[in-house]
Design a protein around this ligand. Sequence first.
Ligand code: G4P
Length: 196
Amino acid sequence: MDLLKQKINSEGTVLSEHVLKVDSFINHQIDPALMVEIGKEFAKRFKDNQITKVLTIESSGIAPGLMAALELSVPVIFARKRKSLTLVNDVLTSTVHSFTKNETNEISVSSKFINSTDNVLIIDDFLANGQAALGLADLVQQAGANVAGIGIVIEKSFQQGRQLLNEKGYRVESLARIQSLENGKVTFSEEVGATL
Ligand code: G4P
């Protein structure tokens, strides 16, 4: 998705060989116009998949998840990482370990909002090691529903996530795929051949 790549090139900051900072348009300040386009692109890619729900995870997954759901005309549900006062009954939970942050979260959704007839599109902002996406897929499976696919805004292709999710048979659609963050520079996957 060219608009997203342009934004990453102009406003993204490479913090290390593993971490890209995009807090001026995705992770802290959010660019609504870009999010609308992100939603349209996800909807385009999954338009033939009879999606009935979008599932994402708080907090940075909510904006792209909401926009995708709006375009697909379905509800969006976000898994919670913190205990909610009102989420007490009929809760589905899974455990997600973040290697990036070295922390483990229990994520949860109410079983009220996903049932066995649902065909669920999972959306998240980053794909690194794939643990958040796997946790979300686990929640969908616990509900007896189907994972139609996984939509990612920024995939770091040099980490394990993509391979892991493909090995498990999930369709993954990433709007920007980053091959490397070496030498303080963002190299997108498609460009690798061109630079050799
Ligand atoms: P994984 O789910 O693919 O295994 O990823 P990982 O545990 O490594 O990521 C944990 C958190 O770090 C996630 O945010 C993820 O979005 C974020 N993250 C991973 N790599 C990057 C990166 O290169 N840049 C940025 N900006 N974030 C990254 P989170 O803890 O869920 O935070 P939030 O959604 O509340 O913002």
